[in-house]
Design a protein around this ligand. Structure first.
Ligand code: ARG
Length: 310
């Protein structure tokens, strides 16, 4: 299947693409060892250039509140035990990419990430082991792409077999080309151009089949045109909303019901209002300790449609 890098290349309507079930299962990683011990994105340094300092107790409380908010939305949460010496392990959106059974034509696949930094490389094996133990097939990349960071850069379109694919410092185009080819998947390529919004999940949040939050300045004009073409309602957020509140790192748990919860960092009042006006139910949580590491709600979980016991 070809990848799509500009609006002119689109040769399908969303409504023609095969469906996906609700991603009503969520994995999280326990935050016991969460810390900032190195800087691999600009948020991990404070204004004086020193590593951010984390309040570990507060971080645990904030993590609990994210978990509770996600559970209150009606999805199941499974918690992976913490991994010593891996202070970013809590950001479990990154070490692998789930490919649902509807796409593979067999069982679900886990594509292990090729992390862009050595510091995080050790997280991948733990997830592969855990998922393989639950019946997932581990299906590594075979091509030469140097990096791929899971759902940091690969976002499934809600309920459709379409992958939104970020290209930047964390994921190379070649990784997406390989996956598009392997799975016969429609993949929309978006180049990222703001170093502070270094993963696609920091500047685009698909909320439902027709709605997303996005930060226009993070994208090239080709990327912006693709987002505006394929989402009927693309809600633009301002640079401060994206940079300071990480509002595009919102997560819309899909429990399959009529409720339309959106879990997001507290404080983006205008965005909260926009969501409410559209019939979403915003759930604000505090993730300040995690923002110091460059992550918020979306990065702290991995959603997929596979039950634990399958
Ligand atoms: N410190 C982590 C990193 O730079 C944060 C990851 C946040 N995850 C995300 N999906 N944006 O890799």
């Amino acid at each position: 299947m070809p990848t799509y890098a500009s609006k002119d290349e689109l040769d399908f309507d969303l409504s023609q693409l095969p469906c996906l079930p609700a991603f009503d299962h969520v994995e999280m990683a326990a935050p016991d060892f969460f810390d900032v011990q190195y800087a691999i994105n600009p948020h991990m340094l404070d204004a004086s250039g020193a590593l951010q300092r984390i309040d570990r107790k507060l971080a645990q409380q904030q993590w609990n509140s994210v978990r509770e908010a996600i559970e209150s939305a009606g999805v199941t949460v499974t918690v992976e035990p913490a991994l010593a010496d891996h202070p970013d392990f809590v950001f479990c959106a990154n070490p692998w990419l789930p490919i649902p059974a509807e796409v593979t034509g067999e069982g679900p696949h886990c594509v292990p990430s090729r992390m862009a930094s050595d510091e995080r490389a050790g997280e991948v094996a733990r997830w592969c082991e855990s998922l393989a133990g639950r019946g997932w097939k581990v299906a590594p990349l075979t091509g030469t792409a140097k990096c791929l960071e899971g759902t940091g850069d690969g976002l499934w379109h809600p309920r459709r077999q379409l992958l939104w694919a970020g290209i930047g410092s964390r994921t190379e185009r070649g990784a997406w080309e390989e996956l598009a080819e392997r799975y016969g998947l429609h993949v929309v390529l978006l180049e990222l151009q703001d170093p502070a919004l270094y993963h696609l999940d920091t500047c685009l949040a698909p909320l439902d089949e027709r709605t997303c939050l996005w930060s226009p300045s993070a994208f090239t004009s080709a990327g912006a045109a693709l987002i505006e073409q394929l989402f009927e309602d693309a809600i633009a957020v301002s640079e401060p909303e994206a940079h300071e509140s990480f509002v595009c790192n919102a997560f819309a748990p899909d429990a399959g019901g009529a409720a339309r919860p959106v879990v997001l960092q507290k404080g983006a009042q205008r965005v909260v209002r926009e969501l409410s006006e559209r019939g979403f139910s915003p759930i604000e949580v505090e993730t300040d300790e995690f923002l110091k590491a460059g992550g918020s709600v979306f990065c702290m979980k991995m959603a997929h449609p596979v039950r634990v016991d399958q």
